[in-house]
Design a protein around this ligand. Sequence first.
Ligand code: BT5
Length: 259
Amino acid sequence: MDESLILSGLSDPERFHITAFKEIDSTNAYLMQLGKKGAPEWTVAVSEVQTSGRGRLGRVWHSPQGGLWFSILLHPDLKPEYSHHINMICALSLADFLENEIKTKTNYQLSIDLKWPNDVLIQKKKLCGILLQSNIISDKINFLVVGIGINVNQTAEDFPGDLRDKATSLKIAGGRDWNRAELLGGFLEYFHKDYHYYLAQSDLLLDSYLEKVISKGEVISLKQNGNTIKGIFKGLSPQGYLILQQGSEETVITTGEII
Ligand code: BT5
């Protein structure tokens, strides 16, 4: 991907420090290393292909040619227990940005939904995944790396068999090819604005997220460490964790997967 094309779409390119790779193991792993060496905020790594793309809990993230795989280094002024807010801001920003892109570049008006804790869905299938990793020193966030995978120009055949039913791409949903450098530039501008806006107004963040999240108020099954628990998705804690109601008891769930 051409770095100058990414930068040409930005109103303030000085803000971002972007490196584009043809191939890398994982853009998150790369920025975790750079972060330890003191790299500045808004350092961005993007790669055509990841040979070892990762999801949460070491899961594999399928990252072939055609997708947009990138990570952003951040130094938010947040208590570590609130770092999930960055995940939520990122998901909201992706949903807003991509809905707008689809509306302006195609005749489709497609709504994008969020699935707690870190998925972005279109037509009930996974379009993007977000992986947040942190480096904490003396109970302070030293830096965070937010890794974003957007399925862009892949066709259904490009996904391995086990993902074909649950994953989708912008091309599948919008019926056309997309310029990934333009998408990245556009998203970075959106996210930069939303990041500052929502960090200052965490109540608005929770409300905006709840408006777009699926399964709120419904009975859900949640997979956690091999166990499945059931309950009502009541709402979110101030940190952005899921409140699960089981009978008269409410439990705050920090991680897991709604199935
Ligand atoms: C995620 O994990 O959804 C986080 C994905 C983050 C990927 C980005 S790409 C840039 C950066 N560098 C990295 O190494 N990672 C980040 P999780 O919620 O654990 O979901 C993982 C699951 O999603 C897998 O177990 C599959 O079921 C499914 N999956 C794998 N690849 C996919 C894809 N390309 N599209 C949709 N679903 C996928």
